[in-house]
Design a protein around this ligand. Structure first.
Ligand SMILES: *[C@@H]1O[C@H](CO)[C@@H](O)[C@H](O)[C@H]1NC(C)=O
Ligand SMILES: *[C@@H]1O[C@H](CO)[C@@H](O)[C@H](O)[C@H]1NC(C)=O
Ligand SMILES: *[C@@H]1O[C@H](CO)[C@@H](O)[C@H](O)[C@H]1NC(C)=O
Length: 366
């Protein structure tokens, strides 16, 4: 806490007025917070806050509800105490906010204390970070380490995330599971770019959202650049994914590179105008490209359902190789579930199993 911050806080207390009503007259105060118990005061009195090396107590959410247009910078090592609960460990909310990571900082979820190889089916593990923003918010250069389970849950509009480094690679040998990188539950006008995700579930998982671009992502250890649509849950009932592009990205040493799954046991929904372009893969264990309309409970039912039709699915220049245990391309559509797909430049080598398709995109022979 700077002296200025302290004075402002005292003034706020003495005057007995809410800090937000003063924001028009306050200077654009900057504060540095070095312990968890200083955070909420800083949020109400400062518009430029550095959170440096704090320890968030176990079982507590670091709740950052920023003033409009405010900025937060993470600095040093920020840790979250261990407790078996649902979390989230962090929530960031605001309008037109800027969130940055200083060089060398890390948000450490201490996933290694939770991992039991069972993810959501094992002990109770907290979601790491929930982001709910509007109005041109940007999140840049954020380093996330060892998520207990899912890393980032996004319900936001007009947001850009860039320069993220999500590193749960320790979970490869220590029982990390269901550590999805970016899970989008609701988004409009979302751009996620120039980022690295090393984890043990989807690199990106889109449940619902429109007008989104994922560009220059590098995924490793993951389950794919994924769409997962039709889950029956009221929290993301829309189940509409439209106008989404994944471009100029790589997926390596992963179960799948591209995975579109619709929940055959779920509700209705729509996937339309989705493009995968310039995607490179290597070291794939299950499927180079898997599009299945028979997904349920984390697996395949064997009976595809057209409850979430997939229309205008484009693949352009999807290249690379898959391993001996893998199938290059798998397409399993329900009755009337797949329409007007256009694929070109698909070149996936290797694989111990032949590609298998019950629907043929134009420009592609299975
Ligand atoms: C002051 O803050 C409130 C709440 O964040 C916001 O609605 C309002 O527009 C702000 N006023 C100014 C002048 O920035
Ligand atoms: C699709 O989304 C992109 C990125 O948000 C946007 O620029 C473009 O205008 C959208 N296209 C349509 C047809 O809405
Ligand atoms: C088919 O998909 C292409 C893009 O892949 C789109 O431009 C076109 O409008 C679609 N046609 C129909 C009938 O939906």
């Amino acid at each position: 806490m700077t002296k200025l911050g302290l004075i402002i806080n005292l003034a706020v207390l003495l005057l007995g007025v809410s800090a937000t009503s003063l924001n028009a007259t306050l200077p654009r105060a900057s504060c540095t917070v070095t312990s968890y118990d200083q955070v909420q005061t800083a949020l109400s009195s400062c518009s430029d806050i550095t959170i440096s090396g704090i320890e968030v107590p176990a079982g507590t959410t670091l709740s950052l509800h920023l003033q409009d247009g405010a900025k937060v910078t993470f600095d040093g090592r920020i840790t979250f105490g261990f407790q078996n609960w649902g979390g989230p460990l962090m929530v960031i909310q605001g309008k037109g906010i800027t969130v940055e990571g200083a060089a060398g900082h890390v948000l450490d979820g201490q996933g290694e204390l939770y991992w039991d190889g069972k993810g959501a089916d094992g002990s109770n593990k907290p979601l790491f970070m929930r982001i709910k923003t509007t109005g041109g918010s940007t999140f840049s250069n954020i380093n996330v380490l060892n998520c207990p389970e899912k890393c980032v849950s996004l319900r936001s509009s007009d947001i850009t995330l860039s320069g993220w480094n999500i590193d749960c690679s320790a979970g490869d040998t220590q029982g990390g599971h269901n550590t999805d990188g970016f899970a989008v539950y609701n988004g409009n006008n979302v751009l996620i770019k120039d980022s690295v995700v090393k984890n043990q579930d989807d690199c990106v998982a889109i449940n619902s959202g429109t007008n989104m671009v994922f560009s220059n992502l590098h995924c490793s250890g993951c389950h794919g650049l994924s769409l997962s649509v039709g889950i029956s849950k009221t929290s993301y009932e829309a189940n509409v994914v439209t106008n989404v592009t994944f471009t100029d990205s790589t997926v390596e040493n992963s179960d799948n590179a591209i995975h579109v799954k619709t929940h055959a046991d779920g509700t209705t929904g729509v996937i339309t105008d989705v493009t995968y372009k310039n995607i490179k893969m290597s070291g794939i264990k299950n499927y180079g490209i898997s599009i299945q309309e028979d997904y349920a409970n984390g697996g395949s039912t064997g009976t595809a359902n057209g409850n979430v039709p997939i229309t205008n699915l484009q693949m352009i220049n999807v290249e690379g190789s898959v391993g001996d245990t893998a199938t290059p391309v798998y397409i399993f559509c329900g009755d009337g579930g797949c329409n007007n797909w256009s694929w070109s430049g698909i070149s996936i080598n290797g694989g111990g199993y032949a590609s298998n398709c019950n629907f043929l995109p134009s420009g592609f022979s299975c």
